[in-house]
Design a protein around this ligand. Structure first.
Ligand code: GBH
Length: 454
């Protein structure tokens, strides 16, 4: 019914996108094959002796098998990212690396699966630094290369979650390059990320758009939903709104709103926040054809606590939702409707694509329980019901839903301890055996039904 509504609205002039999402460093492996040079994630994990993506799911070699699984399950779209240091070696193109992505793209299309390509999902070539302005030009050139090579791709995402790679990479030190430092580094990163995104969007519009009917370019932003602990308390409301701005508005307001940072972000960081020129604002404003949202969880905001501890997962003794396999991930379906409706109300984008949504199980040797993943089925049932409500009752122009993730994979600083996959991967098996989980069958059945209703 929700999809029918989007069709009669005119929101959907193409089939709803039912897909799964992945990222290069989390699945590919083959870290030094085909002329690939290291990214800062290779260097970070190797230097720290952490688990790493050297082999990961071996998607680099096994993608034809994975595409058959997607096809059997009925997915219409697949989101993957480009490893920048696979396709470029410094300023030079690496033909073998480019060929890998041409082959992957063609194999998807041969199987009637539409590619959704993320240019950057956190694996920066070692020689760059997001705090340094020269990354902006370098990214625009990399984007140009991929736009020119992957001519059949209709959905492009420039950057995945600048909040995460800037905050965790340059402030908290949890992600590559592992810099723990003042907020200035993270803010400089965000500033360059917005410029890099807008430059890439501009390159596409000027050079490729005229010959690519229907092609779209966007950005994927991540945010929790921030719910006032006491909805009637004005201070909780105000602080919740500020937290939405610090996570989502920081990037969404420049791109989908005014072209500049929101007032809450400006007042919070003061002089530390870099300033856009008028020309930069004009370039950033409107630089996206759809709103890509990565959403997983919600938190309560409690203004009475103050300081760094104004977030809580507990209200009147009860948790906000069931805890998944990651300490930050509580299952809160109603927060999904709220954040979707919030985005629609505040920025009124032409289209929203949920570019990631899913949940983790903690790793265990009990493979049967990992494959019979009924709590993940409950997660999808809850979140998809709320998504349908957002479409039906709140007029949210949602055109696609991509579940995170196709495969259990390398979960960044948490290594292989958390499994987000619809498909189980045996990381002890050199062949990286796959087993389709119950939740994948559930989503497959749901897609088939949605298609029948069209
Ligand atoms: C996504 O980020 C990523 O795009 C994807 O690569 C990843 O595998 C997936 O999530 C699952 O984690 O917020 O400081 O408590 C979602 C945003 C950012 C949420 C990091 C968890 C943990 C540190 N994630 N965050 S913190």
């Amino acid at each position: 019914r929700a999809i029918k509504k989007l069709q009669s609205d005119g929101t959907l002039n193409q089939p709803f996108m039912w897909g799964t999402a992945t990222a290069a460093y989390q699945v590919e492996g083959a870290w030094k094959e085909g002329g690939r040079s290291p990214s800062h994630w290779d260097t970070f994990t190797h230097n720290k002796g952490m688990e790493n993506g050297d082999v990961a799911c071996d998607f680099y070699h096994k993608y034809p098998e994975d595409i058959q699984l997607m096809k059997q399950l009925g997915f219409t779209h697949f989101r993957y990212s480009i490893s920048w240091s696979r396709v470029m070696n410094g300023e030079l193109r690496n033909e073998q690396g480019i060929q890998f992505y041409r082959d992957l793209t063609q194999e998807l299309l041969r199987n009637n699966i539409e590619p959704v390509v993320t240019l950057y999902h956190w694996d920066l070539p070692d020689q760059y630094d997001w705090r340094d302005e020269n990354v902006v030009n370098a990214f625009a050139e990399f984007a140009d290369l991929m736009f020119s090579e992957l001519t059949d791709v209709k959905h492009w995402i420039t950057l995945n979650e600048p909040w995460v790679f800037c905050a965790l990479g340059y402030h908290y030190g949890l992600h590559a390059p592992g810099t723990e430092g003042p907020e200035t580094g993270m803010l400089q990163c965000g500033h360059n990320a917005l410029k890099a995104h807008a430059r890439a969007y501009g390159v596409f519009k000027e050079r490729y758009d005229p010959h690519r009917p229907g092609a779209k370019v966007g950005i994927a932003l991540s945010s929790h939903w921030f719910e006032p602990l006491e909805p009637s308390n004005a201070a909780d409301q105000e602080l919740s709104e500020k937290k939405r701005d610090l996570m989502l508005g920081w990037f969404a307001e420049p791109v989908y709103g005014s072209g500049d940072y929101p007032p809450n972000v400006k007042s919070h960081y003061g002089d530390q926040l870099p300033v856009f020129s008028e020309a930069e604002k004009a370039m950033i404003k409107g630089s996206s054809d759809f709103f890509g949202l990565n959403h997983y969880t919600s938190v309560y905001v409690d203004s009475t606590r103050g300081g760094g501890s104004d977030e809580t997962r507990i209200k009147h003794g009860a948790p906000i939702g069931a805890l998944a396999g990651s300490e930050w991930l509580y299952v809160v379906p109603w927060g999904f409707n709220r954040i979707l409706t919030y985005i629609k109300t505040r920025w009124d984008p032409k289209a929203i694509v949920v570019t990631e949504n899913g949940m983790s199980d903690a790793d265990t040797s009990d493979v049967t329980s990992l494959v019979n993943d009924y709590s993940r089925i409950a997660f999808f049932e809850g979140y998809l019901t709320e998504m349908a409500k957002a479409i039906l009752h709140n007029d949210v122009p949602l055109v696609g839903y991509l579940a995170w993730s196709l495969l259990d994979n390398f979960e960044w600083e948490d290594g292989y301890a958390e499994r987000f996959g619809l498909i189980y991967v045996d990381f002890n098996d050199p062949g990286r055996r796959r087993v389709v989980k119950q939740s994948a069958e559930y989503l497959g059945g749901l897609i088939a039904q949605a298609e029948l209703c069209r």
